[in-house]
Design a protein around this ligand. Sequence first.
Ligand SMILES: [Zn+2]
Ligand SMILES: [Zn+2]
Length: 176
Amino acid sequence: MFIEIESLKPEPFHVRHIFPAGEIQFSHEDAVLKEPVNTDFTLDHKDRDLHIAGTVETAIRFICSRCIKEFNKDISAEFDLSYMPQPEWSEENVEVELKYKDMEVAFYDGIAFDVNMMVLEQIELAMPMKFVCREDCKGLCYQCGADLNEGMCSCSSDKGDSRLSVLLDFMKKMDK
Ligand SMILES: [Zn+2]
Ligand SMILES: [Zn+2]
């Protein structure tokens, strides 16, 4: 979805759009967009300088990095962004670019604004740092591959018990 700047009226422009899953070019090894992406935003502009504020909502199916089970997580982002046309390269404009970097202004071609790109960026920013089905996911046994969330497997419990009993013996001795 592109917004042609030429066609914008002076008034703020309200967009409510649902992208079907697959329309946003989301690519991750262990996460997929399964749900449509809802976006709702208002675009204000002063000539070709844009101000866009709104929300993005969707759900992502992740693969847990510990137990490799799939899980869904709702993703939502609120944004308030400024875009301006990419200045043509010149020494003077490099200074302009540096100045705007501090102000969190992004650039676009000044002709058509790529909504999909913005939506994708917002989804990426809202993604969790680590993909775990829950904070206390115990993961898989590195020996037999059993899911430790469903209970201890025999390899881990054997070792755990013996180590624990040695420790208990030791503590008993210390008591004496
Ligand atoms: Zn997990
Ligand atoms: Zn095991």
